[in-house]
Design a protein around this ligand. Structure first.
Ligand SMILES: NC(=O)c1ccc[n+]([C@@H]2O[C@H](COP(=O)([O-])OP(=O)(O)OC[C@H]3O[C@@H](n4cnc5c(N)ncnc54)[C@H](OP(=O)(O)O)[C@@H]3O)[C@@H](O)[C@H]2O)c1
Length: 325
């Protein structure tokens, strides 16, 4: 099968399209014919091995898993002898085992892993949304967002931010989204109750306070946002912040038992994918697709994602349009 392979860490140029052996599913696994994947910020992080400490998980000197692609959507081609909950022909999506393997024509996935059937009517390229949505949901859940609470989502145009707006609305929260001018309409269409253009207005000077302020793009800081917090309010971010301050602030908040700053731990993957499937089926969640690249152009896709300018997700078409699976 064809796959995008990186046997060393580095810039997108280390990725090569190669023929590699097709995975053989074990008794508890299904074999997925991958139609679509994404290049996302996690794939970029593991490609570069950035930050350095992630080598403790991904391989100290070189990557243990050499095919990137955390998101996948495709059709089940065959199932192992012990598989009971999926059948050949099922359309499925999810988070790939070890966050890797989606940039290939086939992927073996354990039946109990983070995988669910794609709701009827949702195309493959709109089902590869798990990475950003998972981080968004992990933050909202760790905070414990409740109906009627107010949340400000900074950077609501990225993969995490577009998901966070929709999921926060599905939890019944009142959402203020902060984006650039070009994304104002998008944020409104995703359900934001109020939108703020960060290029035209200082969002920290609006004179309002919130239960939860979520920096979904890692571009602001607790010290800038603290005046937006209610007395019991919480700040969370997707990045470590300058000097890793979000980690220190989280520890300080834990010592003081005040939940002022949290750094979300990833929530269990399988329940999350089932939850996202339900939101998609209910029409409460949709993918925001910026652009598509064929698998052959995966290096170009990395270069684009690394600009930090994508809107929502960047899809990799593993099966070209019109090509049969
Ligand atoms: N290390 C990892 O493994 C890892 C994994 C996942 C996520 N993350 C972190 O999580 C963050 C979000 O990930 P993502 O995938 O959602 O990001 P993303 O999709 O790449 O975010 C891009 C969006 O952010 C907006 N943006 C850029 N600069 C901004 C600013 N100063 N203020 C507000 N918006 C801005 C861009 O639009 P405009 O420029 O037009 O505003 C663009 O729409 C990233 O910073 C990433 O570092 C890290």
């Amino acid at each position: 099968m064809r796959a995008a392979v990186n046997t060393s860490y580095g810039s997108p140029e280390v990725v090569r399209i190669r023929d590699v052996p097709k995975p053989q599913p074990k008794a508890n696994e299904v074999l997925v014919r991958v139609h679509a994947s994404t290049v996302n910020r996690t794939d970029c992080g593991t490609l570069w091995a950035h930050p350095f400490f992630i080598r403790g998980f991904t391989g100290l000197v070189r990557p243990t898993h050499t095919i990137r692609g955390m998101d996948f959507a495709g059709t089940i081609e065959s199932v192992g002898a012990g598989v009971t909950s999926f059948r050949p022909g099922d359309r499925v999506f999810g988070l790939a085992p070890n966050d890797s393997g989606g940039h290939a024509e086939y992927l073996a996935v354990p039946e109990q892993d983070a995988m669910a059937t794609i709701p009827e009517g949702v195309p493959f390229d709109e089902a590869v949304v798990c990475e950003g949505a998972w981080y968004a949901d992990s933050n909202l859940r760790q905070f414990g967002l409740k109906p009627g609470q107010t949340v400000l989502i900074y950077g609501a145009s990225g993969a995490i931010g577009t998901a966070a707006v929709q999921l926060a609305k599905s939890y019944g929260a009142e959402v203020t989204a902060v984006v650039a001018t070009r994304h104002l309409e998008l944020a409104r269409s995703l359900g934001a109750d109020r939108v703020i253009d960060y290029t035209a207005e200082d969002f920290t000077a609006i004179g309002e306070t919130f239960d939860f302020v979520f920096d979904s793009v890692g571009k602001t800081s607790y010290f800038r946002c603290r005046k937006l917090l209610r007395p019991e309010g919480t700040f969370a971010a997707t990045d470590l912040g300058p000097g890793g301050q979000n980690i220190w602030l989280t520890w300080w908040s834990a010592i003081r038992h005040n939940n002022r700053v949290i750094f979300a731990m990833p929530q269990p993957r399988k329940p999350f994918v089932d939850f996202l499937r339900a939101r998609m089926a209910a029409g409460e969640f949709r993918a925001v697709v910026d652009r598509h690249y064929p698998l052959d152009a995966v290096v170009e896709a990395y270069r684009y994602v690394l600009t930090g300018q994508k809107t929502g997700i960047v899809v990799i078409d593993v099966v070209a349009e019109g090509e049969s699976a």
